[in-house]
Design a protein around this ligand. Structure first.
Ligand SMILES: NC(=O)C1=CN([C@@H]2O[C@H](COP(=O)(O)OP(=O)(O)OC[C@H]3O[C@@H](n4cnc5c(N)ncnc54)[C@H](O)[C@@H]3O)[C@@H](O)[C@H]2O)C=CC1
Ligand SMILES: O=C(O)[C@@H]1CCC=N1
Length: 290
């Protein structure tokens, strides 16, 4: 099923950055036909028009046309922000059937909370992708509810394998996946911003600093992947005794940069748990309303 055209009608409920990253990856890699992809948003018609123009997908603003698209979908991707998720899911509950596959990309939102909002067991694929899915280099953690059939499991895996690498984990480990790879691209961009700024401060043009930084990050990631050596060992090879790298790393160690990065990853995971608890709490009242 990998890298073959996925013959499914897919609706994204929430047409933001993550939905765009996934649908763009699926379309540009010819995994899914744009005609069979729908993006649904609550308000922003300009955003939907932009997605239509760029990718040729179908769109619907709530509530017009939305209901029909959701009813006809094989796969419904929940891709709204956490704060909008409990009300948004409760809102579409009456449109869903247990033979449809529900895929969530929402940080912290547990399968139990989704099922509470939907009023019972559903085939739910809970994922934590990242925005590099846009270019087929995503890293996605994935787990499955008990009601997911073998075929649906394959569909869920195929969707995300088509746009990067997939790591199946127990649901409780998806929060740490969020800390490592969901938010991860932002940490690397943060370091890149600092490297480019320092390059410019040291006399490079913005363009030169950007070119050198981008190639350095790309090369470093590719080295870890292709040589199979550990980052620690590869770092040792860059670090000549008493040379420039040693001087730089000593400054980072003195500022506890490594420790700060580790703590940041764990803090992101903790934040995912906090958001999950808040959504679970909200689901209690939404569950009653539906
Ligand atoms: N941006 C990222 O790198 C990643 C985001 N995620 C998750 O993806 C989800 C979306 O994040 P972003 O795309 O960054 O947010 P975003 O703010 O760019 O997009 C969310 C969209 O959902 C729409 N929306 C809100 N309520 C809705 C409803 N009831 N029905 C339909 N549409 C609704 C909003 O109008 C907005 O356009 C979040 O839950 C986040 O945790 C997961 C992995 C990575
Ligand atoms: O910042 C966030 O909450 C989302 C989840 C992972 C990446 N972005």
């Amino acid at each position: 099923m990998d890298h073959a055209t996925l013959d499914k009608r897919i609706v994204f409920v929430g047409a933001g950055s993550m939905a765009e990253a996934i649908l763009r990856g699926l379309i540009e890699r010819r995994i899914a036909d744009p005609d069979r992809i729908v993006a649904v948003n609550r308000q922003d018609e300009a955003r939907l028009a932009d997605l239509r123009d760029k990718y040729g997908i179908r769109t619907a603003r709530m509530p017009e046309q939305r209901d029909r698209y959701i009813r006809e979908a094989d796969v419904v991707v929940l891709s709204m922000k956490p704060k909008d998720a409990p009300s948004g899911i409760a809102d579409i509950r009456r449109l869903l059937r247990p033979d449809q596959l529900i895929v969530s990309v929402i940080a912290g939102l547990s399968i139990a909370t989704i099922e509470r909002l939907l009023g019972g067991p559903y085939p739910v694929v809970r994922t934590m992708p990242n925005t590099s899915s846009t270019i087929g280099l995503g890293a996605t953690g994935i787990s499955f509810s008990a009601a997911v059939s073998a075929g649906q499991r394959e569909t869920g895996l195929a969707l995300f394998r088509a746009i990067g690498e997939v790591c199946a984990v127990d649901e409780e480990r998806l929060d740490i996946v969020t800390g490592v790879s969901g938010s991860g691209p932002a940490y690397i961009y943060y370091v890149m911003e600092a490297m480019i700024a320092a390059g410019v401060e040291g006399g490079l043009s913005e363009e030169e600093a950007r070119q050198l930084t981008v190639q350095t990050v790309l090369g470093a990631a590719q080295m870890v992947k292709t040589t199979n050596e550990s980052p620690k060992e590869l770092r040792r090879k860059v670090t000549s005794p008493n040379g420039t790298t040693q001087a730089a790393i000593e400054l980072m160690e003195a500022n506890r940069v490594g420790e700060a990065v580790s703590r940041a990853v764990l803090r992101a995971a903790e934040r995912a748990r906090e958001m999950g608890a808040a959504m679970a709490e909200q689901s209690l009242s939404h569950g009653k309303q539906v």
